[in-house]
Write a protein that binds this ligand. Structure first.
Ligand code: CU
Length: 145
């Protein structure tokens, strides 16, 4: 009985370690990350493709960057443009699939951007299970070049 209690405690420790907030986002990759820099310090759209190479669905719940006072998940829709975007709390991605953050669809919104054309800034994606994934985003001009 005594030994059984000890092994249960050990198992619990392993489970808790798996829920560590600094957990790496195993199997997730970000490609082609970029920000669209516009003149005048207006909010900058951020775009990328997220691939879920893991065996389970993941849920993206937020993003952070030292280059943005605030970085939000947005979705464009309806009439499009600035007036047609809304905040989204989370985006779910099934295993084996790609999720495109692209102009006219899901995008990141970087408030008070501190970005320089041609430069690179780190963006950390945050997932529901506490996993985090950081990738460098390239800063492009209004034409996406
Ligand atoms: Cu937006």
């Amino acid at each position: 009985m005594r030994i059984e209690q000890v092994s249960c405690a050990a198992l619990l420790a392993v489970l808790l370690a798996g829920a560590n907030p600094s957990l790496a986002a195993d199997g997730l990759t970000v490609t082609d990350g970029w920000f669209r820099a516009l003149p005048g310090g207006v909010p900058a759209g951020g775009y990328f493709t997220l691939h879920n190479g893991s065996a389970a669905a993941v849920t993206l719940t937020g993003a952070q960057s030292p280059a943005c006072a605030m970085l939000m998940l947005h979705q464009s829709g309806g009439a499009g443009g600035m007036s047609g975007m809304r905040h989204v709390a989370e985006v779910k991605l099934p295993p084996g699939e790609d999720l495109a953050f692209a102009p006219g669809s899901y995008h990141l919104m970087c408030m008070e951007p501190k970005i320089t054309m041609g430069g690179q800034v780190p963006v950390t994606l945050v997932f529901q299970d506490g996993a985090r994934l950081t990738a460098n985003f390239t800063v492009r001009n209004a034409a996406g070049k």
